[in-house]
Write a protein that binds this ligand. Structure first.
Ligand SMILES: NC(=O)C1=CN([C@@H]2O[C@H](COP(=O)(O)OP(=O)(O)OC[C@H]3O[C@@H](n4cnc5c(N)ncnc54)[C@H](O)[C@@H]3O)[C@@H](O)[C@H]2O)C=CC1
Ligand SMILES: O=C(O)CCC(=O)C(=O)O
Length: 451
């Protein structure tokens, strides 16, 4: 037998913790994936001998840099920026940029690690990366946002490229910020390429990229329900968040005949027992994107809705739940409350919104549970289609793109069925997604030898 890495799971995790001190989110993400991968590779010597799992759990590189910018009062402000390039075995690094005060190296490493498996699941040639800054866009003027984005790109540009690493948006980074960053990249390099996705339609963007993550998470949910002979008609949905992913998930739930009861932000959640209709969703979109307001203001606009400060919406009884805000926003007690109140399916629009305890509870209770790397892959999938359109100097129609998005989400669902069937009638979507994503990346790495 070759010299191999047949350590047991707990020894492996001890090593991960030792090598990544003070990085709980990264350790959590590695643990969640490795729990399934250890079983899968138990009898696969080559993956052990080549230390594939250990290599995927060590980013190719982490670039950290200073971002200086001047606020409107003339003060010099200093933030930290990062780009984590986790793995490019199957394509250029690909993943969003997050601007939020909670951003740390640990958060970006967990996101880049997850992104590696998610991107593999889409079937498109994209590796995994993620970047961002602890910059807080809340309360900043448009000029301040622009100056920050330009300064961020003034360093980032040397680490990215259309065939190297292609960033996009994430929390705190939408079309406006992508525009400022793309403008600065173009100015520095004198190059017009598909170096970022989520671009405006007039300058190389793709139709349906804005909607794709939320819509995709609902398509995945509908696929899980269909596998059990059910659909969304008449089902009540509890959704967290009120940004890009949450509002588009809500929109698709309504289109498919469901009733959305809640939305939230970091200050609390609103509960509208009459249902959050398309007209109300449009109001939330405008309020959040243009007026940059709080979700609490919904209650002044729509009587009958209530706001609960400082809480998440998981105690509101529902048929299906979609956490669409941020990591670790759904804990063990929340999972227990959802299951107790009759929730039959959870589809994660956000990345790792459910903590390990919550995820274990959903799987033990045998409710349908779609992890973010499968359920929210629609966004990066359409980003991949944006890259194809940019390379081919063309633009596909909305109908073509909608069909491609649906096909990709169907394909991810099928992969989960293939690898997640526990043989007792329960489909373990977490296991299915982890193994299907891992296998694709791992097999590419084996082909390349030790690099
Ligand atoms: N935008 C995209 O295409 C994709 C986003 N995601 C994930 O979806 C989640 C949401 O992202 P977006 O909607 O794009 O961002 P966004 O910036 O449009 O909205 C974020 C939402 O989360 C809320 N939020 C942030 N921190 C919170 C906290 N600590 N507690 C409660 N609410 C909080 C914000 O108030 C806002 O409503 C993130 O986990 C992101 O990584 C995943 C795949 C693709
Ligand atoms: O569209 C992309 O490249 C990134 C999307 C993203 O950040 C994610 O899937 O979490």
């Amino acid at each position: 037998m070759a010299v191999s890495d047949h350590v047991d799971f707990s020894t492996f995790m001890e090593g991960v913790k030792r090598r990544n001190p003070g990085q709980p989110e990264f350790v959590q993400a590695v643990q969640e994936v490795s729990e399934d991968i250890f079983d899968f590779i138990a009898d696969k010597e080559e993956y052990h001998a080549q230390q594939i799992l250990r290599r995927i759990a060590e980013p190719d590189r982490v670039v950290s840099f200073r971002v200086c910018w001047e606020d409107d009062s003339g003060n010099i402000r200093v933030q930290r920026g990062w780009r984590v390039q986790n793995n490019n075995a199957i394509g250029p690094y690909k993943g969003g940029i997050r601007f939020h005060p909670s951003v740390t190296e640990s958060v970006l490493k967990f996101l880049a690690f997850e992104q590696t498996f998610k991107n593999a699941l889409t079937g498109l040639p994209m590796g995994g990366g993620k970047g961002g800054s602890n910059f807080n866009p809340k309360g900043k003027s448009v000029r301040e946002i622009m100056r920050f984005c330009q300064s961020f790109m003034t360093e980032l540009y040397r680490h990215i490229g259309a065939d190297i690493d292609v960033p996009a948006g994430d929390i705190g980074v939408g079309g406006r910020e992508i525009g400022y960053m793309f403008g600065q990249y173009k100015r520095i390099t004198n190059e017009f390429t598909g170096v970022l996705t989520g671009k405006g339609l007039e300058w190389g963007g793709s139709l349906i990229r804005t909607e794709a993550t939320g819509y995709g998470a609902v398509y995945f949910l509908a696929n899980m329900l269909a596998a059990k002979g059910q659909d969304l008609v008449g089902k009540s949905a509890v959704i967290s968040g009120s940004g890009n992913v949450a509002t588009h998930a809500a929109e698709k739930i309504v289109q498919l005949g469901g009733k959305v009861l809640t939305l939230s932000d970091s200050a609390g959640f609103i509960h509208d027992p009459d249902g959050i209709t398309q007209e109300k969703i449009d109001w939330v979109k405008a309020h959040k994107t243009h007026r940059r307001g709080r979700i609490e203001d919904y209650c002044a606009e729509y009587k009958g809705a209530t706001f609960t400060a400082g809480k998440t919406p998981w105690n509101v009884p529902c048929d299906v739940a979609l956490p669409c805000a941020t990591q670790n926003e759904l804990l063990g007690d929340d999972a227990r409350a959802l299951v107790k109140n009759g929730c039959i399916a959870v589809s994660e629009g956000a990345n790792m919104p459910t903590n390990l305890e919550g995820a274990h509870h959903f799987r033990d209770a045998k409710i349908m549970f779609a992890p973010g790397k499968a359920a929210n892959a629609g966004g990066v999938a359409v980003s991949g289609l944006e890259m194809s359109q940019n390379s081919g100097r063309r633009a596909w129609s909305e109908g073509e793109l909608q069909q491609m998005l649906k096909d990709i989400m169907d394909g991810i669902h099928k992969s989960c069925l293939t690898y997640g069937d526990r043989g007792d009638g329960y489909i373990d979507y977490v296991k299915g997604a982890n193994i299907a994503g891992f296998k694709k990346v791992a097999d590419a790495m084996l082909a390349f030898g030790v690099v």
